[in-house]
Design a protein around this ligand. Structure first.
Ligand SMILES: Nc1ncnc2c1ncn2[C@@H]1O[C@H](COP(=O)(O)OP(=O)(O)OP(=O)(O)O)[C@@H](O)[C@H]1O
Length: 880
């Protein structure tokens, strides 16, 4: 299409956009009139919530769109039942003077259907035109579904025919998306409605009841999906929830600030957001060590607490307290009596009845007083029994003393203090539940007063559990909860969140590989089961990465594989040739200077767009303080408000993103205990433009640092040393180290290939399915243990199915087997398609005892496929 034609189209779309804004203005005036007439005081933005203004007035514009455009899409459809052909989709519904929809909201079922259409499954969509606007001005457009050309044989304009090896990436399909991803980040998240991808929109509009788990690697859009889902659920045509019926839980305050604009920009105000640590009543004043944390946060703790509460009920204490066979309470010159055995029975009956502790206590009081009243009638025949008499009996000091002996009043705080400060008390209620070591782990010194108790976050969760057991009181409940970074929820926290959402309707977003809590789940099953209600749960995985540049993601892959083998590492949608990764080794005396200088150089590279930069350093040690001091000094001296450099400890980086990230001393982050490697993975995946790694200590091995050479045998066994040990011995020598580095570089280069990575994910997924627990290492594409021993796979990329490539791969496979120090019973080459020539398979097997498998459509074919996939040999598909 020529420029003139494009200009005509843009002018036409501009007219429609102008019309939409005119309608908004007109509706605003109409709404004002209705308000004035009815004397309403409501000044809220969404007329749908204003009872005296009809809903048909639609959105009347209060400026809460910011600079986002009202309209972002045009859709022309065939066979519209309303007899209408062209629709505009936008961030709000807008009606014209006749009440017709000038703009349909993107959350409306029709709009969702059109946005989910694709050129192959286009449904009634004839034309879908995505608009790019700057404020109210149309600047560009893209027709991603065009009317079919009758003569063309190509079914999909602008799209490659589908091939089993090369699925078009989102980037190939969506230039507007790439442009959008390149924009500067200003520390606030933006909505993604204009470029939302089909898999993301399917999750946003997932209408199944129950709990939806969205697993996805860094930058796959989980947070975005969660927030857009809230907006979708608020639409009366979907869930129709009221804003105050929805709760969004995030990891920390900075994160909530980061996402704070998205919901209002999309028209959803008054949705409660809370950082996870603030969900529980009380102030966190202490911190548990790892061992205590693991016990207190485990769901077994709920049973320990239940037992602790029940332990307070003591029918047998009646006899001890009374010291006689009959209990007697003096009253009005006489005495009311009841056999102690009967008291014990009443207590036991109340104990075994249903309900919280205090409700059952009340039940006991009522039945005991009933019995004593009965006695009263016998002792004082003819005297009146009324409510005052009941109250007198209940307040009788002997009666209250008896009650306190068998069923004392208590509070959550005193029960928990008792439990945590006394080994015997823990033991009494945790036999068969906690090991002796676990029991010891949770005991700590008692503070002088309750007010001085150093409650930890886990304690606050336990206190809520105890309060619930005592009073039955529920925390505020919601009809839907969205939980972000949910991989860090403990089982006790999950239990408590489930109490806040009895319907079990939740959206749970997270990445098991980014767990930074001490507890790590291998799969979602456990937290999801605790959180879900009667409708159960289902899971979906997002596998395309939108934030992290291609080279940075590739750099992170070995670390990702090392921290979680059960999750897919996202494939970056960004171009593969970007210069986004810089590694800067420095002496320790230059570490902070170099890091700060690099950060400011990056912040100043693009003054017009105001790029954001984060310096991420280890949580422990002085680096954060040192870097902060230097950054503040630098900013003061620079007197340039446009420079945005933030210093963060690794723990605070979760969920955030910046244009450029400088990670300082990654080895120290990785060394932060059990969570170190995962914290490092989070830290290096925060950037949208570039990652700079400044280090004085050697990099962790997963980031290309030196492989720790095993000490070579130096004894008389020397003569029997196998080749692998000889190679290891050589590793001490510089030349061999270079060889290893070269080998790693080669492997890294292979992993740049999109087809290679797709094959890798498919193979990993299939091996996970057969529970072979596959892993990727810096050198080995896939390794796992099958019933017939260790299996190593070398994956080849696009076009590498020729004999020449296969022979090279065999050599590399043998090299990595040796250098990686792994000995395998089976070696496999994995090709993207059938080898050419076919005889290559036989030759490689005969010569090297290496089997070859490949993809054909959605299946694996080749030699020994069943063994390769750990399947029973009877189901082997098409072995060649
Ligand atoms: N379809 C899309 N169009 C444009 N931007 C997108 C899209 N999907 C995701 N993004 C952008 O990618 C970035 C990462 O998204 P988001 O923060 O939701 O990912 P995440 O999966 O929650 O990441 P993490 O687990 O690392 O916190 C954000 O800037 C988001 O706006």
């Amino acid at each position: 299409m020529g420029n003139a034609d494009r200009a005509t189209v843009i002018a036409e779309e501009q007219k429609a956009v102008d019309h939409a804004y005119e309608c908004v203005e007109q509706r605003r005036r109409d709404a004002e009139r209705v308000r004035n007439t009815n004397g309403s005081e409501c000044t809220d933005a969404g007329l749908s919530y204003v009872p005296d203004v009809p809903r048909e007035f639609g959105w009347h514009g209060d400026g809460d769109l910011g600079n986002e455009s009202l309209v972002f899409m045009r859709v022309d459809i065939d066979d519209d039942p309303d007899g209408r052909e062209t629709w505009r989709v936008g961030r709000r519904a807008v009606r014209d003077a006749d009440g017709e929809l000038a703009v349909i909201n993107w959350t409306a079922p029709l709009a969702v259907k059109w946005m989910k259409a694709d050129p192959v499954r286009r449904g009634e969509v004839r034309l879908r035109r995505r608009l790019r606007l700057d404020g109210r001005t149309v600047t560009d457009y893209l027709d991603d579904i065009r009317p079919p050309e009758p003569t063309s044989k190509t079914p999909v304009p602008g799209r490659k025919p589908a091939s089993p090896q090369a699925e078009p990436s989102a980037a190939q399909a969506d230039p507007l998306l790439l442009k959008d991803l390149d924009r500067a980040r200003d520390g606030l998240m933006r909505d993604i409605v204009e470029t939302i991808q089909r898999d993301q929109l399917s999750l946003v509009s997932d209408a199944r009841p129950g709990l939806l788990v969205v697993q996805g690697g860094p930058g796959t859009g989980k947070t975005a999906v969660g927030l857009h889902r809230v907006v979708w659920l608020l639409d009366p045509e979907n869930g129709g929830l009221a804003p105050d019926e929805v709760l969004v839980v995030g990891p920390h305050r900075d994160f909530l600030r980061y996402v704070s604009q998205v919901l209002p920009r999309l028209g959803s105000r008054n949705v409660a957001t809370v950082e996870v640590s603030r969900l529980w009543e009380g102030e966190v004043r202490g911190e548990d060590g790892a061992a205590a944390h693991l016990v207190k946060s485990d769901e077994r703790m709920a049973e320990v607490l239940r037992r602790k509460v029940e332990d307070r009920v003591r029918p047998e204490a009646a006899a001890l307290h009374v010291g006689d066979e009959v209990f007697s309470a003096p009253l009005q010159g006489g005495a009311l009596t009841i056999p102690v055995a009967d008291v014990e029975t009443l207590v036991a009956e109340a104990r075994d009845s249903a309900g919280p502790y205090l409700t059952r206590r009340r039940r006991l009081i009522d039945t005991l007083v009933d019995r004593l009243l009965h006695q009263y009638a016998k002792v004082f025949p003819g005297r009146r029994t009324d409510d005052k008499l009941r109250a007198d009996i209940e307040r009788n000091t002997r009666v209250t003393a008896l009650l306190n002996a068998v069923w004392p009043r208590t509070s959550a705080e005193s029960l928990l203090r008792e439990l945590l400060h006394d080994e015997e008390s823990v033991h009494a209620v945790s036999v068969g539940l906690l090991t002796a070591e676990e029991q010891r782990a949770i005991v700590r010194r008692r503070a002088v007063r309750v007010a001085a108790e150093p409650w930890t976050l886990d304690d606050l969760v336990c206190l809520e559990e105890l309060r619930h057991l005592l009073t039955g009181d529920e925390p505020t409940q919601y009809r839907h909860i969205v939980i972000d970074e949910a991989q860090d929820l403990t089982p006790m926290q999950a239990r408590s969140l489930a109490r806040r959402c009895p319907s079990g309707s939740m959206t749970v977003l997270g990445d098991l590989a980014q767990t930074t809590g001490v507890r790590q789940y291998d799969v979602w099953d456990r937290p999801a089961r605790i959180l879900s209600g009667r409708d159960g749960w289902h899971m979906a995985e997002l596998t395309v990465g939108y934030r992290v540049p291609y080279r940075v993601m590739r750099f992170a892959v070995p670390l990702a594989e090392a921290v979680s083998s059960s999750t897919a590492v996202p494939i970056s949608v960004r171009p593969a040739d970007d210069p986004s990764l810089t590694i800067v080794p420095v002496g320790s005396d230059r570490l902070t200077d170099e890091a700060v200088a690099r950060a400011f150089a990056l912040a100043g590279t693009d003054p017009e767009r105001g790029r954001s930069v984060a310096l991420i350093a280890p949580d422990q040690g002085d680096l954060v303080a040192e870097l902060s001091g230097r950054v503040t000094a630098f900013l003061e001296a620079a007197e340039n408000d446009a420079l945005r450099v933030t210093v963060l400890p690794a723990a605070m980086a979760k969920g955030l993103e910046f244009d450029h990230v400088v990670v300082v001393e990654p080895a120290a982050i990785a060394a932060q205990g059990a969570v170190g490697a995962r914290s490092l993975y989070v830290a290096i995946t925060r950037c949208t433009q570039s990652l700079t790694v400044v280090h004085s200590a050697p990099l962790p091995v997963e980031l290309g640092g030196p492989i720790d050479p095993a000490p070579a045998p130096r004894t008389e066994e020397r003569t029997t040393v196998k080749p692998v040990e000889q190679l290891r011995e050589k590793a001490e020598k510089h030349d061999f180290q270079e060889f290893v580095v070269a080998l790693e570089e080669q492997v890294c280069a292979d992993r740049q290939c999109h087809v290679h990575e797709l094959l890798h994910h498919r193979l990993m997924a299939d091996l996970h399915e057969t529970r072979l627990n596959p892993r990727r290492t810096p050198l080995i594409d896939v390794i796992c243990k099958g019933p017939e021993g260790t299996m190593i796979y070398e994956i080849l990329g696009e076009g590498e199915h020729t004999y020449e490539h296969m022979r090279e791969a065999v050599l590399r496979l043998m090299e990595v087997e040796h250098v990686g120090g792994e000995r395998a019973e089976h070696l496999f080459l994995v090709l993207p398609q059938a080898p050419e020539p076919a005889w290559a398979v036989e030759v490689l097997r005969q010569t090297f005892d290496i089997a070859t498998i490949w993809r054909k459509g959605a299946e694996w074919e080749g030699e020994n496929v069943a063994t390769a996939l750990g399947r029973p040999s009877t189901v082997e598909p098409g072995a060649g």
